[in-house]
Design a protein. Sequence first.
Length: 221
Amino acid sequence: MNCIVTAGPAYEPLDDVRRLTNFSTGRLGTELANYLAARGHHVVLLLGEQATYAGERRAKQVEQFSTTADLRAKLKALSAKKADAIFHAAAVSDFSFGRIFAPDAANKLVEIKGKKLSTREGKLLAELLPTPKIIADLRGWFPRAKIVGWKFEADGKRADAVEAACRQLAECSTDLCVVNGPAYGEGFGLLGRKGEPAHLPNPPRLFDVLEKFARKSSEPT
């Protein structure tokens, strides 16, 4: 199979010095890419520049991405080639910075700009804007590929996390969704468009199920 795996965090710049990013090491996606490569698949790993996991990278091709827009551009470019499976595990930033404000001498908020915003401005107010969801565009870019998304949920209970994953499946037309995080608890939930979620206790078991699903789906009938 020709596989694409995204891993690690995207970031969004506040200025030329400071960034907004996610807590993500890139380990899970990198290890999934290694697992797929070890089974003979051609793997492209798109890895966030801020990923801290320093383990082995066995993917045939490794490209780094910076911002959400950069990851989007790299995925769209890869859509020109045949892809059998997309595993979108990257921790894409949900927000980017809009306008930045600071109080003037009269304590009135005014917009400020600069390559490095000075701390002498005192308290700053930052406008956060939602970033476009990459996963919502994957089906249009890769109409024939099997697409697996991720849903990390920090708040609520397991049922809430599973419900969020179900919404993602319906809204983005992906084939599977992996759900994890504090709301889900230990291990991973794996949801398809039909049926009850499967619980997978650890990454090796998750990787095995994902590889078998994608490989079976890509076999000619």
